[in-house]
Design a protein around this ligand. Structure first.
Ligand code: NAD
Length: 256
């Protein structure tokens, strides 16, 4: 059964820039009523929301400053979005970093906050909790499905997101909540996270190896991943895992 995004309300973590901002734009372009952009960076968040409200109409986007690693801030962010919009229908747990020199923080952002964000979405959107049901999309990576030298912990965090999401996407949860959970695995995408400037910050050998690997790969544009995201929110089945790479249309992967 397809999910109709028209008139729905969404929350995107890490939505101030990069692929997250492209998700926000794609949702609004396709009739989503309004989106809450939750991000650590208030300058980029404020700018993004100004730009979005100019492009799509006043009130279409709100900014909520949030560090997803702080449980109380993430909870307050979900509550504020749900209060402002009188409910939530779509959550994209997108915030992520690639920096194995801060690997404990990497786990906190890329894994712990995605697990917490999914539980919070169930609490607010779950039909068993008085919500309307909806869709949660968790952002892994092509590196959630394969290995790469230079960033072993990043690779592990993205494998964890695939496992988390597939498990949250089992009938046990959907039967109670009416919330579908899908996973997006982008390939290399042209964003600040992947820029050479970002890689120049890596000072240790492992980080430099990661930068070299990524710089050698062709990059797709965030808009391609965002188009794929809209497709999987609409058509992805509960627990399904999708890849968006090389600028090609998104495709589903079967994991045994
Ligand atoms: P980006 O660095 O361009 O944007 C990430 C956003 O997350 C930023 O706005 C940043 O301020 C925000 N953020 C970082 N830490 C935060 C925190 N603690 N709390 C709240 N917000 C925080 O990154 P991107 O390339 O757009 O990546 C988005 C997601 O896609 C990440 O999960 C990333 O791992 C994943 N991904 C990216 C690529 C790629 O090639 N760019 C490939 C596969 C997966």
């Amino acid at each position: 059964m397809t999910f109709d995004v028209k008139g729905k309300y969404a929350l995107v973590t890490g939505g101030a820039t990069g692929i997250g901002l492209a998700y926000v734009k794609e949702l609004l372009r396709n009739g989503v009523a309004a989106v809450a952009v939750a991000d650590l960076d208030d300058r980029k968040g404020d700018n993004a929301v100004k730009e979005l409200n100019t492009e799509f109409g006043s009130g279409k986007a709100i900014f909520i400053k949030c560090d997803v690693t702080k449980a109380d801030e993430l909870t307050a962010t979900f509550q504020k979005a749900a209060q402002t919009f009188k409910g939530l229908d779509i959550v994209i747990n997108n915030a992520g970093i690639l920096d194995d020199s801060r690997w404990e923080m990497e786990i906190a952002i890329n894994v712990t906050a995605v697990a917490r964000g999914t539980w919070l979405a169930f609490d607010i959107m779950g039909k068993n909790k008085g919500g309307r049901g909806g869709v949660v999309a968790n952002i892994a990576s092509i590196l959630g499905l394969q290995a790469m030298a230079g960033c072993p912990v990043y690779v592990a965090t993205k494998h964890a997101v695939v496992g988390l999401s597939r498990s949250f996407g089992m009938p046990y949860h959907f039967d109670r909540t009416g919330v579908k959970v899908v996973t997006m695995c982008p390939g290399v995408t042209d964003t600040p996270l992947i820029s050479e400037a970002h890689h120049r910050q890596f000072t240790d050998d492992l980080g430099k190896e990661c930068g070299r690997e990524l710089d050698s790969l062709p990059k797709q544009q965030p808009e391609n991943v965002a188009k794929g995201m809209l497709h999987i929110i609409r058509n992805g089945s509960n627990g399904s895992v999708w890849v968006s790479e090389g600028g090609q249309p998104v495709y589903e992967v079967a994991i045994p």
